[in-house]
Design a binder for this molecule. Structure first.
Ligand code: C2E
Ligand code: MG
Ligand code: MG
Ligand code: MG
Length: 277
């Protein structure tokens, strides 16, 4: 189109390089704009405590609100944000909004715990622990009700720094969860070294739990191992009722997924709170 109307040109790989560069630049600018205009929103998805069938724990999941009102999922911008050194800014926004919400609900007499996702970059980000500590204090959130989800690939890059970060936040009373458990390479080393409080069994083992004997064997074994280690378990991607019953039978502690509840904006997930907490 740049060459004028009614023309065609044969594709050469070099064209694509320029395209990709423009696309990532475009993404970087979109992220910067969204940060400046406070267009990163936090949606919340419930976790069901299987023994009591109660909900008192939610996961914070970030969304980008476009200027046209549409919602963009993290799969479309987190990687670009990591590449451009912007994921820390996004995660600070998510954390701060979640702390404020936790404190607000606590004041209303509702005791809710919140998980939030941290990226590899955050664990190596020298200012992150201090920011989180300050933000927790200022918001009045209860640190005992804050859980940080980390992935195996996230922590693997610099173990000493990750351990240091975890130690600092644990000293405050916060807890940690190993996300997407079972699809990384060094699950068991991490279990031993990181001292996590929760394991989130990867959704790929859970989605077809009612159909696949192999998945049931894996999940049952993870649940038993976690129990013996004193670690709580969460199963993500609970999409059908049968799965819930199987998980209960295995003694898995929490279920999360579309069958239990989809992620929703704070004002929808929690009634009686202002639209912008
Ligand atoms: P995750 O932490 O493993 O989160 C679970 C993802 O699965 C979420 O996608 C959630 O909406 C989706 N999900 C939940 N239940 C079901 C289900 O029953 N079936 C299926 N098929 N999917 C389900 P989402 O919100 O698009 O987030 C994708 C990933 O982006 C997250 O995976 C997490 O790694 C990352 N992410 C999300 N929020 C943040 C954030 O604030 N900071 C960082 N650094 N990463 C984030
Ligand atoms: Mg997560
Ligand atoms: Mg997960
Ligand atoms: Mg996952």
């Amino acid at each position: 189109k740049e060459l004028g109307k009614n023309r065609c040109r044969i594709f050469v790989p070099k064209d694509r390089e320029g395209e990709l560069k423009r696309a990532t630049f475009h993404k970087k600018q979109r992220i910067l704009d969204a940060l400046a205009a406070d267009r990163f929103e936090v949606w919340y998805q419930p976790l069901l405590h299987l023994a009591s069938r109660k909900i008192f724990h939610y996961e914070a999941l970030v969304r980008m609100r476009e200027t046209d009102g549409s919602v963009v999922l993290p799969g479309a911008f987190i990687q670009a944000a990591e590449r451009h050194g912007l994921v820390g800014s996004i995660d600070r926004v998510v954390a701060q909004k979640t702390f404020v919400l936790q404190a607000l609900l606590e004041k209303q007499g509702r005791k809710i715990s919140f998980s939030m996702n941290l990226s590899a970059r955050d664990l190596a980000d020298a200012g992150m622990a201090a920011f989180l500590q300050k933000s927790i204090k200022e918001s009045g959130a209860d640190p005992q009700k804050l859980i940080f989800e980390i992935t195996e690939t996230a922590a693997i890059q610099d173990m000493d720094r990750a351990l240091d970060f975890i130690r600092q936040m644990k000293a405050l009373g916060c807890r940690f969860s190993l996300d997407d458990f079972g699809v990384g390479f060094t699950s068991f080393v991490y279990l031993r070294e990181l001292g996590v409080d929760y394991i989130k069994i990867d959704g790929s083992f859970i989605r077809k739990l009612h159909e696949r004997q192999e998945d049931r064997s894996v999940v049952r074994a993870i649940a038993q191992m976690a129990r013996e280690l004193g670690i709580m378990t969460v199963a993500e991607f609970v999409e059908v009722p049968e799965t819930l019953e199987i998980l209960s039978g295995f003694g898995v502690d929490f279920g999360q997924g579309f069958f239990i509840g989809k992620p929703a904006p704070a004002a929808l997930a929690f009634s009686r709170i202002p639209v912008q907490p």
